[in-house]
Design a protein. Structure first.
Length: 320
């Protein structure tokens, strides 16, 4: 097995051979983690980033040529892409990690070899939530509620992470951001059944937390109800929600066409976005002090859903 072989240092050749797909997987994982770690520590290895980018681009072109020669589709499954939980890991490797930051997010640590990063937008949302809940629970209670909410989001993402790793898939990052989190999974060999399971375990964790806390009073009770609402909303069958990923996987399984599943779930996501805005307008009570905030929040959530769904649709349309 590869794990028993000595991996080369930079500039050295690999002594031995990579004989199986599992060996290749471990080689890619170890070498990429090494590159990520060196970048996070500020090492000057820009030339290595460029070399890896060129190799990835050549690998992608080769897979596309093979697919076209075989007369088949060059979809995300065949050509090595990863469209999962709102993240696309076909970006150049040097843009994934640079100085401990991913897309402006701060690296908080690692779990099982996977980076956990937090977007600055999460701190902004935290401040806004404390201000929103302070009149009901005072500042201390609002702080505890927000911390508990973010802990719930992290457990939700850990469920995605655990399911993916249980299937032997590589998880490159867990990102916590403004409206929740994203678990970036890199695999060209996942199945629709795996995709479905990975998608639904997160909302099920949120549902379990909600059911366990909803009968409590005060901050814990509020945290329980928030988790219940988030779990139900996240199970709606439109991308980029987890329910959309589950719906996409179900359509993929029935039709045998992954791209069709993504397209249908993407358009359902856009329909849900329109529904969120419509609901916000219908519920708007001009006489209520917080009506403008509620409407603005509805528009913002709808915009995020629309953008996420559009990103998934565009990825499919760009695939040859």
């Amino acid at each position: 097995m590869l794990m028993a072989k000595r991996l080369p240092s930079l500039g050295q050749k690999f002594a031995g051979s990579i004989e199986s797909s599992s060996d290749r997987f471990f080689a890619e994982e170890i070498l990429e983690d090494s590159v990520d770690e060196r970048a996070a520590n500020g090492d000057r290895i820009g030339w290595l980033w460029e070399a890896v980018d060129r190799a990835e681009a050549e690998q992608q072109r080769t897979r596309q040529e093979i697919a076209r020669a075989a007369g088949g589709e060059c979809n995300a499954h065949l050509c090595g892409g990863a469209i999962l939980h709102g993240m696309d890991d076909r970006r150049p490797l040097r843009h994934r990690y640079r100085g401990g930051v991913t897309n402006g997010a701060m690296r908080m640590g690692r779990i099982g070899g996977t980076d956990v990063v937090m977007s600055p937008s999460m701190l902004i949302m935290g401040i806004a939530l404390v201000a929103l809940f302070a009149p009901m629970f005072q500042v201390r209670g609002a702080l505890l509620l927000v911390v508990g909410l973010y802990a719930s989001v992290f457990l939700h993402e850990l469920a995605h992470f655990g399911a993916a790793r249980a299937f032997g898939l590589r998880v490159s990052a867990i990102t916590l951001h403004l409206l929740g989190g994203e678990t970036s999974i890199r695999s060209a060999h996942r199945s629709p059944q795996q995709e479905f399971v990975i998608a639904v375990v997160g909302p099920l964790v949120s549902l379990a937390i909600g059911l366990g806390l909803r009968s409590s009073g005060g901050v814990l009770g509020a945290l329980g109800w928030i988790n219940l609402v988030l779990a139900v909303f996240n199970l709606l069958p439109g991308l980029p929600l987890d329910g959309g990923r589950a719906a996409s996987a179900a359509i993929w399984k029935i039709s045998g066409n992954e791209a069709l599943g993504i397209l249908v779930a993407g358009w359902l996501g856009r329909l849900i976005a329109v529904g969120v805005v419509a609901l916000g307008i219908v519920r708007a009570d001009v006489g209520h002090p917080g009506w403008s905030f509620d409407l603005a929040l509805s528009v913002f959530v709808a915009w995020v859903l629309w953008e996420g769904a559009g990103h998934a649709i565009a990825q499919v349309r760009r695939t040859p």
